[in-house]
Design a protein around this ligand. Structure first.
Ligand code: SF4
Length: 156
């Protein structure tokens, strides 16, 4: 799917508001589509509301970010969004039946479903150490899934 296609989320000054429920980008007189996406930057607690203006083929402008991190974050969100994935994995003979895990870095959003399927198949045996690698180099991305807490053996 073309990441530049999608519903119009917000309008900016100088642009007439578009109908919210059509899911179609507006078009200039030239026929080029205009799409303005609203993104909340999560790189720091400031949470800047960033408006990314897109045409059919490229990002035209990025506004609302207080620093360059927000610009980079917005570009990634538009072109190839990524997320840190947190989940749990089953543990045999542990004090608790599950241990929390997360990815060492954000992974592409389109890999999240596949990763969750892989995690569901895993059954570890206690003890599990914090930061222990549970899955290495997932999907060849150079990113690991690691335990975010230890899992101790059931005493006795
Ligand atoms: S744009 Fe910069 S200041 Fe604003 S939320 Fe992102 S990182 Fe923080």
């Amino acid at each position: 799917m073309n990441p530049l296609k999608g519903p119009l989320l917000v309008s900016t000054p100088g642009l007439a508001p578009a109908p919210k429920n059509l899911g179609l980008p507006r078009r200039r007189a030239s026929g080029d589509a205009i799409l303005i996406k609203k993104i909340i930057c999560t790189r720091c607690p400031q949470g800047c509301e960033i408006h990314v203006r897109l045409n059919d083929t490229e990002i035209e402008s990025i506004e609302g970010n207080l620093c360059k991190l927000g610009k980079d974050y917005s570009k990634t969100e538009i072109i190839a969004p990524k997320r840190v994935v947190t989940s749990t994995v089953k543990v045999f003979n542990g004090v608790y039946p599950l241990v929390p895990v997360w990815t060492s870095e954000p992974i592409p959003k389109d890999k999240i479903f596949d990763l969750m399927n892989e995690l569901r198949k895993i059954q570890l045996t206690a003890p599990v150490k914090i930061n222990q690698i549970i899955l290495q180099n997932i999907f060849g991305l150079g990113i690991d899934v690691i335990a975010s807490r230890p899992a101790d053996v059931i005493p006795g």
